[in-house]
Ligand binder design. Structure first.
Ligand SMILES: Nc1ncnc2c1ncn2[C@@H]1O[C@H](COP(=O)(O)OP(=O)(O)O)[C@@H](O)[C@H]1O
Ligand SMILES: Nc1ccn([C@@H]2O[C@H](COP(=O)(O)OP(=O)(O)O)[C@@H](O)[C@H]2O)c(=O)n1
Ligand SMILES: [Mg+2]
Length: 208
C-alpha cells in the first residue's frame, strides 16, 4: 500500500465528486431483506445496487491477494477492514455510468462509516433501516440456500452479535442527524416494498 494507492484514491474521489454521485445506505440485520428490496428499488427507481457483501465475495472469487483474509472474516461474521471494502465500492461507482447508488450492507461499523466519509467525502442522501426480529431473520437465513459459508446457525449468531454491537451504533449516528427511514421489514416482501416506494417517491419529488 502507501503513496501510489493513496494517489489513486484521491484521483478516484475527484472523479466521483465531479460526477456528483448520490448515495443511499441500505442497512439492517443479516436476513432483514436488504438485497431483496434493493433489486426492487433498482427496477423502479433506476439506482445501481452495490452490495458490500457481494463485492467482497467477488473479490474472493477473483483470486485477489486479500481473498483468504476476506473469506476467513466472512466465515467468522467479522467486518473486513474498511480500506478493502471502500476500494471495492469506489471502483464499482467509477466503473458505472450511473450517478445514483444503493450501498447495501455498508457502513457496518463506526470504522466503515468514518473512513468512507473521510476517503470519499460523500455523505448519504438518507439511510434505509430494515428493522426485523432476530427469530424471523434467522428463519430466512437458514432457508436462503445460496450456499453461503456464513448462513449456518453458528455464524448467524455471531453476525447478530456484530450487528447489535457494531452496526446499530451507525444507524443511531445517522438517526441523530435525522437521516434514517426505519421500515418494518418483518412483513411480506410486497408490503415492505410499498413502504420503500413511498420513501423513494418523496425523495424523487424533492430532487425535481
Ligand atoms: N419480507 C420478506 N419476507 C420473507 N422472506 C424474505 C423477505 N425479504 C427477503 N426474504 C428472503 O429472506 C432471505 C434473506 O433476504 P436478503 O434479501 O438476502 O436479506 P439480506 O440481504 O438483508 O441478508 C432470502 O432468501 C429472501 O428471499
Ligand atoms: N461492510 C461490510 C459488509 C459485509 N462484510 C462481510 O460480509 C458478510 C456478509 O455480508 P452481507 O451484507 O452479504 O450479508 P447479509 O446482511 O446480506 O446477510 C458480513 O457478515 C461480513 O463478514 C464486511 O466485512 N463489511
Ligand atoms: Mg444481502
Amino acid at each position: 500500500m502507501g503513496a501510489i494507492v493513496d494517489g489513486a484514491v484521491s484521483e478516484m474521489n475527484q472523479t466521483l465528486l465531479e460526477k456528483n454521485v448520490k448515495v443511499v445506505f441500505v442497512l439492517g440485520g443479516p436476513g432483514s431483506g436488504k438485497g431483496t428490496q434493493c433489486a426492487n428499488i433498482v427496477e423502479r427507481f433506476g439506482f445501481t445496487h452495490l452490495s458490500a457483501g457481494d463485492l467482497l465475495r467477488a473479490e474472493i472469487k477473483s483470486g485477489s491477494e486479500n481473498g483468504t483474509m476476506i473469506q476467513n472474516m466472512i466465515k467468522e461474521g467479522k467486518i473486513v477492514p474498511s480500506e478493502v471494502t471502500i476500494k471495492l465500492l469506489e471502483r464499482a461507482m467509477l466503473e458505472s455510468e450511473n450517478d445514483k447508488f444503493l450501498i447495501d450492507g455498508f457502513p457496518r461499523n463506526e470504522e466503515n462509516r468514518a473512513a468512507f466519509e473521510n476517503v470519499t467525502g460523500i455523505a448519504p442522501e438518507f439511510v434505509l433501516f430494515f428493522d426485523c426480529a432476530e427469530e424471523e431473520m434467522e428463519r430466512r437465513l437458514l432457508n436462503r440456500n445460496e450456499g453461503r459459508v456464513d448462513d449456518n446457525i453458528e455464524t448467524i449468531r455471531k453476525r447478530f452479535k456484530v450487528f447489535v454491537e457494531s452496526s446499530l451504533p451507525v444507524i443511531e449516528h445517522y438517526s441523530s442527524k435525522g437521516k434514517v427511514h426505519k421500515i418494518d421489514a418483518g412483513k411480506p416482501v410486497s408490503e415492505v416494498f410499498e413502504n420503500v416506494k413511498s420513501i423513494f417517491s418523496s425523495f424523487d419529488k424533492k430532487e425535481e
